[in-house]
Design a protein around this ligand. Structure first.
Ligand SMILES: Cc1cc2nc3c(=O)[nH]c(=O)nc-3n(C[C@H](O)[C@H](O)[C@H](O)COP(=O)(O)OP(=O)(O)OC[C@H]3O[C@@H](n4cnc5c(N)ncnc54)[C@H](O)[C@@H]3O)c2cc1C
Length: 407
């Protein structure tokens, strides 16, 4: 395992640091993003400005080919950029899904016209994409989706008419396009009857209803489709081949969520505890030591990933370990600190105590992180079956036509 950058990696890191120092704003606390504190529309406008600046320098998509506005870099350079950027104010919540998941899928399955028309505008933050996969009865069991797409006329190339509901769609309220998984044939087993499209979110028949969360924000939405027409030209992959396309998106999703930025670290927990003078309490010191050990394990896990990437191999199912531990660690540390502060934890005062505000934000957000991009239980299944080689979970609907499983 390599703990240090190679000479080329160190050179790249130095270039990135120089660019960030000249172009980015310093962070006031771990979860401090561009436009924080501004009204929603101004926050989005500020995020677009930062995104365009990054794109012009090639850093918006380090691994993408130069012809699509990337840097033609390696995955390890991408991670180096993310590590360095996480020390500065960046954006969060607008472009990750499009650039991290939807556009790579479009580049893998779309035609030349799609690539020319949609990739650059997304990269520069001019158009935003969302992921329309989950439904009320299909999250972990994604292949169980029911949103129905039917050809308008029984002929090759005919438009499609789409009806049904999606849920938990992050950013749908300000998205221009969405990657849409549908069921086109319910008479075959569930994985075989799916087809992927992309859809213009302003199409007639789409209704987006924001879901209000406990912290007052609405990050995600319910999205209703009633007779929405989608041209066959916006189909990605073959009819019935949607599962394979979805797996491509999910692979990119695990990588995106795995590099989640701005969470509370054991180092920042230590600073808070030291400031409060709590470390002399043995119970507090023990919790701090537990947090430190997990953080160190996560750091070594990341070193292993970086080493694998720098040797040219692709991260595999073992990536689930990092995501599983990171989300649980963030929740455990922030809950501990909130408990310790007692009623004081309810006071929000970003001006006077920015580190404390990041504890509160981490506490609010960490529960969601344990669900998004694969729940703890699903990640454990993946680790059990695909990393440890344990027997597969029983799948009672295997091989049975979808319309015989659901009535
Ligand atoms: C912050 C956030 C953002 C999201 N953004 C999007 C988005 O943009 N687009 C989108 O399409 N979706 C999005 N989602 C939805 C997300 O993909 C689903 O919430 C997730 O896949 C879990 O599905 P579910 O909520 O239906 O829970 P379920 O699948 O119903 O799971 C309920 C519980 O049962 C457990 N469980 C389920 N199956 C098994 C099993 N086989 N073995 C053991 N336990 C099991 C789960 O672990 C969980 O604890 C988002 C979710 C969150 C939290």
């Amino acid at each position: 395992m390599n703990f240090e950058d190679s000479p080329q990696e160190a050179q790249f890191r130095a270039t990135v640091r120089e660019w960030l120092a000249a172009n980015a704003e310093p962070k006031r606390h771990p979860r401090d993003f561009v436009g924080d504190g501004l009204p929603a529309d101004q926050r989005l406008a500020a995020a677009r400005v930062w995104q365009a600046k990054k794109a012009a320098a090639g850093y918006a998509a380090v691994t993408w080919p130069r012809e699509f506005g990337g840097l033609g870099g390696t995955p390890i350079q991408h991670l180096i950029y993310l590590q360095e950027e996480s020390k500065w104010r960046s954006t969060f919540g607008y472009f990750e899904i499009g650039i991290g998941m939807c556009l790579p899928t479009l580049m893998a399955y779309g035609n030349q016209h799609h690539k020319d028309r949609y990739v650059r505008t997304a990269l520069y933050g001019e158009e935003i994409w969302c992921q329309l996969f989950s439904e009320p009865a299909a999250g972990s069991d994604l292949a169980g989706i029911r949103m129905r797409a039917r050809r308008e006329r029984e002929q090759e190339g005919s438009d499609w008419m789409v009806d049904g509901q999606k849920v938990w769609t992050t950013g749908a309220q300000f998205s221009d396009f969405g990657l849409l998984l549908t069921r086109t044939d319910p008479t075959v087993p569930k994985h075989a009857g799916l087809t992927m499209f992309f859809v213009d979110m302003k199409s007639a028949g789409i209704e987006v209803r924001p879901i209000r969360q406990m912290a007052g924000e609405s990050e995600f939405n319910e999205v209703f489709f009633t007779g929405v027409r989608i041209p066959d030209e916006q189909r990605l992959g073959p009819v019935g081949g949607g599962w394979k396309v979805a797996l491509t998106t999910l692979m990119f999703e695990r990588l995106t969520v795995g590099t989640e930025l701005g969470l509370l670290t054991a180092q920042s927990m230590l600073s808070l505890l030291a400031d409060r003078g709590d470390l002399s309490d043995p119970a507090v010191a023990e919790s701090m030591a537990d947090a430190w050990i997990v953080d160190e394990g996560l750091r070594l896990h990341q070193c292993r990933t970086l080493t694998a990437l720098s040797k040219g191999s692709t991260p595999g199912p073992e990536q689930s370990i990092g995501k599983l531990l990171k989300a649980r660690q963030a929740q455990r540390m922030s809950t501990f600190l909130m408990d310790l502060a007692g009623q004081g934890s309810l006071v929000v005062d970003e001006e006077t105590d920015s580190l404390w505000s990041s504890v509160q934000r981490t506490w609010n957000w960490s529960a969601a992180l344990r669900i998004a991009g694969g729940t703890d239980q699903i990640l454990r299944n993946i680790i059990a079956e695909r990393v440890l080689g344990l027997p597969e979970e029983i799948r009672v609907d295997k091989g049975i036509p979808f319309n015989q499983v659901t009535k």
